[in-house]
Design a protein around this ligand. Structure first.
Ligand code: SF4
Length: 387
């Protein structure tokens, strides 16, 4: 555990050092070339960072001593300090509260999934892209903190590398005997709105996706957004085949506004237009996340309205229903019967759907809950300005 009171402010740290987790392979080549090093050293260095998963320049034996000294002087392999770590009772969800170099707190979650009809066993990391969030969704603990700052590319990559090291040290043996010793999937559904921090988020995806990085397939990466239209349109132009998820949560603007203030700026129609442009450009399916709030948005009438709303996208959309997790806001999860009726109505309307099993309720796995609890008990939590 770090002593946050003695953590130096960013301006006084050895801030001039380059965070190597913030560089793609071509950027590593350029960085080394500027220091008189041949291109092949970049590949060697990436091997130490992402294959050997070491944070210690001294053990990088394939690099000459002079280069190791130079790296120690001018670069860093920064990693957040683990402030708190919790595991769910079944051991399949591990949540970290991480202190960044300036003391800001963020959360990352590792979720271990057994094999199913659709996929092999997998290890998914849920990544944070911001400290706090500017969008204030009322059902989300992070949304009640206000925005603090964007995470750097390196801070995003480091969260995934942390779990990659954990799995390397202690692989998970899935129920079918499969040995899971690497991170296979990423979801950008942690603290913050990824498309609000577009540059750093996409840069991190490129680094994590590269063959010399953790080699996480783009199709195994999901970016979730509240519906920032310019970001969706920009994402449509990216060569990366990542998955797009939209946090929709209501079938009309009036209802959505009650929980998602962003609707004022980007009404549902504008978000769906952007999604149509996205599917037309990429031919990729869009997933709509819908948190079910008992008595708010979980009725059959809302399901019918949702099916009608998504009709133009029907061939390329899927609805992911998420019974709300308990947070500080006063919402309850719907009954099993209400969920079944909602699903059946969507299906009758031609909209494919599934229910996302909530993970780690016993360890406050929903976005921002652990950070909120840490704030409540007043242990060195930073004061968060509102956006
Ligand atoms: S749901 Fe996402 S966008 Fe909304 S407040 Fe929470 S972190 Fe921000």
């Amino acid at each position: 555990m770090i002593d946050l009171a003695n953590t130096p402010a960013p301006e006084t740290r050895e801030q001039q050092k380059t965070d190597l987790f913030g560089l793609t392979l071509p950027e590593l080549v350029d960085w080394l070339a500027a220091r008189g090093q041949p291109a092949f050293r970049a590949r060697q260095l990436a091997g130490w960072l992402y294959d050997a998963l070491t944070a210690d320049f001294a053990v990088m034996r394939t690099l000459p001593t002079l280069l190791r000294d130079l790296l120690a002087r001018e670069a860093e392999i920064a990693g957040p300090a683990v402030r708190r770590e919790l595991a769910s009772r079944d051991g399949r969800t591990r949540k970290l509260l991480l202190a960044l170099a300036d003391g800001r707190l963020v959360e990352s979650v590792l979720m271990l999934y057994p094999a199913s009809d659709e996929s092999r066993a997998r290890a998914t990391v849920c990544v944070s892209t911001q400290a706090g969030c500017a969008f204030g969704c009322t059902f989300c603990a992070t949304g009640q903190m206000g925005f603090d700052r964007h995470l750097t590319t390196g801070e995003i990559v480091a969260q995934v590398v942390h779990f990659a090291r954990e799995l390397r040290r202690e692989p998970w043996i899935a129920p079918d005997g499969q040995r899971i010793d690497r991170v296979s999937n990423l979801v950008f559904m942690g603290m913050g709105e990824p498309l609000h921090n577009y540059e750093n988020t996409l840069h991190a995806v490129r680094i994590l996706n590269m063959a010399e990085g953790l080699n996480i397939g783009a199709r195994h990466v999901t970016i979730s957004t509240v519906g920032l239209v310019p970001g969706i349109l920009r994402l449509a132009e990216e060569p990366l085949q990542v998955n797009l998820a939209i946090s929709l949560h209501a079938p009309n603007d009036a209802m959505r506004l009650r929980t998602m203030p962003v609707t004022r700026k980007y009404p549902i129609a504008a978000v769906l237009d952007a999604c149509q442009a996205y599917t037309a450009r990429t031919n990729r399916q869009v997933t709509f996340e819908y948190v079910l709030l008992a008595g708010e948005n979980d009725g059959v009438a809302q399901a019918r309205a949702l099916a009608a709303l998504l009709r133009p996208l029907r061939q390329l959309c899927h609805v992911n229903l998420i019974p709300v997790n308990a947070t500080s806001a006063a919402f309850r999860p719907p009954s099993g019967e209400a969920i079944r009726a909602f699903r059946e109505t969507l299906r009758a309307g031609g909209v494919s759907n599934s229910v996302r099993a909530e993970r780690g309720d016993d360890i406050a796995a929903a976005c921002g809950q652990l950070r909120t609890r840490e704030g409540r008990i007043g242990k060195s939590a930073p004061v968060l300005p509102t956006a």
